[in-house]
Design a protein. Sequence first.
Length: 260
Amino acid sequence: MRIALCQMEVVQGDRAGNKERAEAMIRKAASAGAAVVVLPEMWTCGYDFSRLSEHTEEVDGPTGKQLQEWARRYRVWLVGGSFPVSFEEGVSNTSLTYSPDGTLVNLYRKLHLIGLMQEDRYLTPGNSCATFSLGSGRAGVMICYDLRFPELARTYALEGASVIFVPAQWPVQRADHWKALIIARAIENQAYVVGVNMTGHNDRDRFAGGSLAVDPWGRVVAEGGSEPAVLYADLDFALVNEVRSRMPVFRDRRPRAYRL
């Protein structure tokens, strides 16, 4: 299964321009034979918290409908990065995934909010996660800071996920952590981990790019630089089964001793 990582430049507050850039990358990815296309975190507006109310939408609002239309038009599984979505209890950093026929197959609200970027002042965390069917495999989504919490990735792996997608706005000063954590999550969960970061900057941070796809052995199979680009990785879910069979770490877990 060919995955396209859309390492796009996200311009803070420029919703129209960001949507044009996103569609151009999706179109390019589809023409290159990608079955799955992944966008970065908060790609519609960036961390433009001073105008959050202007950027917040409903699940079935303009961006949700646009993602659904793109999935149908380009016949791809579209992991729609994330954008601010309104719920009864508040606004959440939310990822929507659509199948090639336009069906919403996953809604994930970021569980862990990062105080360093004031996310916890403006947004409400989610309180659940679930895997979803992705053709011949299962998948999960986590968003940026979630990568630092191995419990979430392990939950997805125990539910049978073969691939975990990580849309992000990861800053350049912690770029080494980004790569190390993606590789670690792949090795410990014996799954593909696909991290899609943005490029560019906002009024506080510069973002690293460095989007990354890592296989269940921890081998890097695609890696971006610091500039906007569409990257490709071919995922073989049979490899996940092979690795888990050859080194059955899940069988050897001792959850009663961990006291989580």
